[in-house]
Ligand binder design. Structure first.
Ligand code: PGA
Length: 263
């Protein structure tokens, strides 16, 4: 696993956006061979999306031959609801870049047939040859996508019940009213994410320090689903200084040294 430690949220966001652009350009995608990008929502990736839009406007990247798969969606919120992840993605990214609508994939939280929706999502990823780069954030309890503690580390796309702590954390987007936060979501599984050629997890802020510590120094455990990254051949964590507060000084020194000249 690689761990890149940056001074603050802004430098993390810029680093990750540049990394995404570098990978898309290196891949040289064509209409027949799309670059497949997995994407998160939440507070963490907003800075990365801003920088991706900036790089797109400066013509450093085109999304014409990029396909996207978002991680998750609340059940019961229509795309017109500002708290739905579809709405978030439109506002923060999709409407600003040249992604083709047919290449944007999001789980439908209003589907009448969840099993079919999940099956089709997994198939759509497979049909495109798998995800090249999955970008994610992490919850305070170590969840990736909505894979709450005790989710199977081999799980696939499915419906999950959200924990009280996740709903509490997300209440900030729902007028600080936990009652308004949906109780279930449809989410890719840990296994779905881990099948990607590369997985990059952004971890910023002191409130994520415990999750980062478990991700890097803890055991692989379904209690902290982010720890599954330890089994991935190309796992990358990009974090800020605040998030490293619970790591040992040796761990921090090791990664600061070994990654000092790397992209
Ligand atoms: P956040 O959420 O980026 O809003 O902190 C991350 C997550 O819960 O996965």
């Amino acid at each position: 696993m690689r761990v890149i430690i940056k001074p603050d949220y802004e430098t993390v966001s810029k680093w990750v956006a540049n990394y995404v652009v570098y990978h898309i350009n290196k891949f040289r995608p064509t209409p027949e061979r799309l670059f497949v990008l997995g994407l998160p929502t939440g507070g963490t990736p907003i800075g990365m999306y801003k920088e991706l839009i900036n790089l797109y406007q400066k013509r450093k990247v085109s999304f014409e031959n990029v396909a996207t798969f978002n991680m998750d969606e609340y059940i019961g919120l229509p795309p017109s609801n500002p708290q739905s992840y579809r709405f978030f993605m439109e506002e923060n990214f999709f409407k600003h870049v040249n992604l083709k609508p047919q290449n944007i994939h999001m789980l439908n939280g209003l589907t009448k047939d969840y099993e079919k929706e999940c099956r089709n999502y997994e198939k759509a990823i497979k049909d495109l040859g798998g995800v090249n780069l999955f970008i994610g954030g992490v919850g305070e309890d170590g969840h990736i996508a909505f894979n709450e503690p005790f989710s199977s580390l081999r799980s696939r796309t499915r419906v999950k019940t959200l924990t009280e702590s996740t709903r509490q954390a997300n209440a900030r987007f729902f007028e600080n009213n936990i009652e308004k936060v949906p109780t279930t979501a449809i989410t890719v599984g840990v296994g779905t994410i881990m099948d990607s050629a590369e997985v990059l997890i952004m971890i910023t802020g002191e409130n994520k320090a415990e999750a980062l510590q478990h991700a890097i120094e803890g055991n692989i455990s379904h209690v902290w689903t982010v720890s599954a990254l330890q089994m991935h051949p190309h796992g990358l964590i990009v974090c800020d200084k605040d998030a490293t507060k619970k790591l040992s000084s040796e761990t921090v020194a090791y990664f600061m040294d070994i990654e000092k000249n790397n992209f």
